[in-house]
Design a protein around this ligand. Structure first.
Ligand SMILES: Cc1cc2nc3c(=O)[nH]c(=O)nc-3n(C[C@H](O)[C@H](O)[C@H](O)COP(=O)(O)O)c2cc1C
Length: 189
């Protein structure tokens, strides 16, 4: 499998990095990082440089948003789909309207036109009517909307478990099951 992971400038960079770790074990990973994601990395990771180093080591190829001649910008380059994690409301709107203003939006637009799997992890709170409308439009185009919403039924033991829960939910969209959280086995009677 070959999967594109785009990391954009929404809160939740650690979820994107954890997802990259798991995806790299399962597929050829191609990573695209937006300029704003680099800025958010400064806030949410120990250092932008270190985080980019980790992503580079996990990825077959890694691209910045202005590298619009990258292979993933073309439908002739075969992939098994793309995930945007975390996905900002700006990138969400760009995907909903076919804006293709950078490599993240273009690679997502390629998935839409080629009818390949596209999974978004949109992060904002609360969502505005525009955000919800964009998500509904994309969902109707076949896009999987997987917001990083907390769950408690699997008895998480801290933030790492919560992150793994979200990553597990994203991987399931690609039929990858890694047992990252305890599945619900029915209530005790
Ligand atoms: C620390 C920080 C956190 C942010 N968190 C979010 C967020 O959770 N969701 C969002 O839509 N935008 C968020 N933004 C704003 C986006 O980074 C901004 O809209 C940017 O233009 C998105 O560009 P991109 O989609 O090309 O990465 C955040 C910005 C900063 C600096």
């Amino acid at each position: 499998m070959r999967i594109t992971l785009a990391i954009t400038g929404a809160s939740g960079i650690p979820i994107g990095v954890r997802l990259a770790e798991e995806l790299s074990e399962e597929c050829e990973l191609i990573t695209v990082v937006s300029d704003s994601a680099l800025r958010v990395m400064d806030e949410e990771t120990d250092s932008r440089k270190q985080t980019m180093g980790v992503l580079k080591s996990l990825s077959e190829e890694i691209y910045r948003e202005d590298m619009i001649d990258a292979p993933v910008a073309s439908g002739s380059f075969r992939t098994d789909g793309m995930v945007v994690c975390p996905c900002s409301m700006k990138t969400l709107s760009g995907l909903a309207t076919g804006r293709s203003s950078n490599l993240v939006e273009r690679a997502g637009d390629v998935c839409l036109k080629e009818r390949r799997k596209l999974v978004l992890v949109p992060r904002e709170i609360p969502f505005s009517e525009i955000h919800l409308k964009n998500m509904l439009d994309l969902s109707r185009m076949g896009v999987d909307i997987v917001p990083p919403v907390l769950g408690f039924y699997f008895k998480p033991d801290g933030i790492d478990d919560m992150v793994d829960y979200i990553v597990g939910k994203v991987l399931e969209r690609f039929e990858i099951s890694k047992g990252l959280y305890n599945e619900w086995e029915g209530g005790k009677r």
